[in-house]
Design a protein around this ligand. Sequence first.
Ligand SMILES: [Fe+2]
Length: 332
Amino acid sequence: MKSSIDFRANSHLPAANAKTDSIDEPWTGSNEQWWNWYISLADNSQEPVNRERLIPRPEEVAQKVPSIEELQKELAEPYPISEHQIKKFQTESYLRIKNLLSPGSVYLLRQELKQVFDQHYKFDPNRQFSSREMMWLESDIAKEFVLSRRLGQLAAQLLQVSSVRIYHDDFLCKEPGGGRTPWHYDGHHYPIASNNVGTMWIPLQPTPKEMGPLELAKGMDTYKLVKEIPFDKFSQDHDRAIAEMLQARGIIIDREPFQLGEITFQHSLNVHGAGANCTTEQRIAFGISYFENGASVINSPTLISGDWQKFMPGVQPSEPISSPYNPIVYDT
Ligand SMILES: [Fe+2]
């Protein structure tokens, strides 16, 4: 006879985390395992991906790659944000910006990150999604982006704080045929005791709808509706329930494609997911997460916080986050 625990099994959950329904205990697996588990919670039943019939993508168009001096110059230049854009971010919980980065710089970053990533991971046809954080510690080019004044100042201005630190960067690769990313808001994951937290999402290729761009729900309060829906670590019920709620409430979802050089900066309370990658090309994005200088770790990080100590070695719950991996990247 099957026990109720067998019935609730999720093969991606580490055994120690699969014993109960609780999400209050710390995550016991690696960060890679965390992503595999997390992606398994996405409901793909509405638009299943046909892996036999992926949409062919044209060959990557090579861009004129900047020299390191040209890249540094571009990334040192402040972006002239307007009051209207700040207000829009604070109302809608995210902001898209076209041409924040030059196509050549984004192309250079893509080539670099793919090369670094491929040094660590062998091709696996069963893999749907891969992620690798802290790329700035391995790559001088990634470091230019992560520590850049252009991006750090923009984060601080949108969050309306005087100084920001880095939580982590993130190479996010959805393989051809990879399914959806479940609905969530990052503040649910991040073990940071502050609402002044946000993530820049930089797609590293033009990202049309069929490649699975971010799906961004509008409204700074939308997360409150998500918060009411119980999280389920075993099944796709949570993702499905959020999708139904968003539709029932008439929440506007931004599913627009991204041009090369276009980014979005989303508040940690922004509710988002991402579509499936129905193309033959990897959908790669680089995320950089920022938080207000002075913020501390929450008192009790949970399973959903994942392998958070990797991003702030030596920092304990309740302590201010200021490890060498969390440098200040902008200060007025
Ligand atoms: Fe997210």
